[in-house]
Write a protein that binds this ligand. Sequence first.
Ligand SMILES: [Zn+2]
Length: 244
Amino acid sequence: MKYTVAALFLSTLSATALAGAGTNWEYSGKHGTENWGELSPKFTTCSTGVNQSPIDISGAIESQLPPLGIDYSASRANVLNNGHTIQVNIDGNNTFSNDSGQFKLLQFHFHAPSENTINGQSFPMEAHFVHADSEGRLAVIGVMFKQGNINQDLEKIWRKMPNEAGATASLESVLKSSVLMPSTKDYFRFNGSLTTPPCSEGVRWFVLKDPIEASPSQIKQFRKMMHGNTNRPVQPINARVILQ
Ligand SMILES: [Zn+2]
């Protein structure tokens, strides 16, 4: 395969930024999910953590959860193939706020099949909307996809999906990220972690109950680009409580 100098540079930069110290990780094989904790001293939480993500969401306790308070607006965005996922980086001030604080949207990305499962049910794809508050605390909103009609908003992103790891492309028009969320935003809430190395904990998770649709070929296109599964297996709940 022939790379341009620019593509090589971007590829190296991206892998280093994501995996810390340039440590390579994958979803299967020698560098796969079962071995993440041993690949680098920076990744030990992947094997020693007790509040790891994803999880099977079941046994949720009924409580009075406040609305998510999503306040997104049409924003400039670009699409990155980082070798592990397709990530849409978002400019502008897109926030959600509730009793957990106020969090600003940084990016969203995809996994196939879904990482979290709901009452044992896996979905063909899951999007993670990654937010941070002013002190760098992370909050992720998870959105499940079920197989159905073509998703025209997703299609605008998929059309720009770069083939090469490390490559980015700008979206032609501004994007209101909430177009990739269901209209009813009832959710499950629990504590967890990043689902990729370094598996850092203290991440606030909000997984929406209603799925949205993507066509079989859209799901297939993502899986093909990523060369297979991009999900970490579900992790033990341990002492955690899931609220709904
Ligand atoms: Zn994710």
